[in-house]
Design a protein around this ligand. Structure first.
Ligand code: FAD
Length: 381
């Protein structure tokens, strides 16, 4: 095991990936200083409940279970890192520089916003969720821009609260960017009760409403923009790391600088399994990657763990659970199966007949089994 150095491990970003990296370090016996820096003022918490139970008003956001003080983890909230200087081995905050022995980039991602001077809400933090929850009141005209994961979950919560909901989607069907137009079209019916307009381009959010290409203005009391996220790596600009904008790392989550790691939504890792760089931005990835970073920091080149998972994510929307495992290419063969009492599935296979990805609607057990098949690289059953 590498001996702890005087300079601390500095983790930037106190979200799921950052928090768990610190906990994993202690779990495997790292005894040196650990500093966890987070821009938000709440202690680390999980984001998936925000767009589900929290905006629906069924529960509050809760911190992750961890006693940072007891574990000797220096958690500094409300601390934004402005920049990094790799030559000087320091990051710079509003309170001055902090030196590091190892640096872990866990700064996550931030929502993409639309142009315009009108109010647009996005959903990333517990504060965003509380603000949105309070605005979803009966009769409010809610326009959701983007009928993808977050957009659909917000639309579902808004409908249940008696809002008048309009979804505006650039692509020909909900979720079609991720899953293709044929699968995406199956989700359109779930928007019953809302007005869903697909193949519709929003140009700006202005005080009088949401402006569409062609000049139409859709009036709104609440506009929620859910058009994707971008890795929050601006603070690393110019420091010499490769930014895509997620930080490019290998399968051990190392950058080209041996003392700098990146993980979670802020990282794009090289996957030997899929022969490409992966940039998935899902909870499961931020949950599992920290063990690899901690092992790398403690064991260096002798670390045996690598991060090359079969990606997994889920979404709860309109009373259904969607789950997806793996990664499929547009050329993979797609098989849709409706032969179940409840739900339906999609499987994608490569030209060699191997299962590359699977999607299940209300079919958790099958998805779990297929995840193992993708992991094993087995021909599809
Ligand atoms: C509303 C919502 C619902 C979701 N639902 C699902 C779901 O159902 N299923 C699923 O698979 N995934 C879901 N996700 C995605 C999942 O939550 C993310 O993939 C996960 O949170 C990524 O964790 P992270 O630690 O990498 O990044 P984050 O959780 O974004 O944490 C990064 C932290 O770094 C901080 N930070 C950023 N820049 C700086 C800086 N310069 N200095 C200091 N701190 C900084 C940020 O403030 C943030 O607190 C959801 C995400 C959201 C927002």
């Amino acid at each position: 095991m590498n001996e702890p150095v005087d300079s601390p491990v500095v983790v930037v970003g106190a979200g799921l990936a950052g928090s768990r990296t610190c906990l994993e370090l202690r779990k495997i016996g790292y005894g040196g200083r650990i500093v966890l820096l987070g821009e938000e003022t709440s202690p680390p918490y999980d984001r998936p409940p925000l767009s589900k139970a929290v905006i629906a008003g069924r529960r509050e956001s809760k911190p992750l279970k961890a006693d940072y003080e007891e574990l000797g983890i220096e958690l500094r909230l409300g601390t934004r890192v402005e920049s990094a200087d790799l030559a000087r081995r320091e990051v710079v905050t509003g309170d001055g520089p902090i030196g590091f022995g190892k640096l872990v980039v866990a700064s996550g991602a931030a929502p993409v916003r639309l142009p315009g001077a009108g109010e647009q809400l996005t959903l990333r933090t517990d504060a965003d969720a509380a603000a949105l929850r309070d605005r979803l009141v009966e009769g409010a005209r809610v326009v959701v821009v983007g009928a993808s994961w977050i957009g659909a979950e917000v639309a579902h919560a808004a409908l249940r609260k008696g809002c008048t909901v309009t979804g505006l989607e650039f692509h020909p069907a909900p979720l079609s960017q991720a899953l293709g137009a044929v699968v995406g079209a199956r989700f359109a019916g779930w928007w019953e009760g809302a007005t869903l307009r697909t193949s519709t381009r929003v140009t700006a959010v202005e005080p009088d409403g949401v402006h569409l290409e062609g000049g139409e203005v859709v009036p709104a009391d609440v506009v929620v923009t859910g058009i994707g996220v971008r890795a929050a790596t601006d603070w690393l600009r110019g420091c010499g790391l490769e930014l895509l904008p997620a930080v490019a790392v290998d399968e051990r989550l190392r950058t080209a600088d041996a003392d700098v790691y990146a993980l979670g939504d802020a990282a794009a890792w090289w996957s030997p399994r899929f022969g490409r760089r992966m940039d998935v931005q899902h909870w499961d990835d931020a949950y599992t990657a920290p063990a690899v970073v901690a092992s790398g920091i403690v064991h260096g080149d002798a670390a045996r763990l690598a991060h090359d998972p079969v990606p997994y994510f889920w979404s709860d929307q309109f009373g259904h659970r969607i789950e997806y495992v793996g990664h499929h290419d547009p050329g993979d063969t797609m098989t849709i199966d409706d032969g179940y009492e409840k739900g339906w599935t999609v499987r994608w296979t490569d030209p060699a007949g191997r299962l590359t990805a699977a999607l299940g609607v209300d079919q958790s057990k099958l998805v779990a089994a297929w995840r193992k098949d993708v992991l094993a690289g087995e021909p599809a059953a």
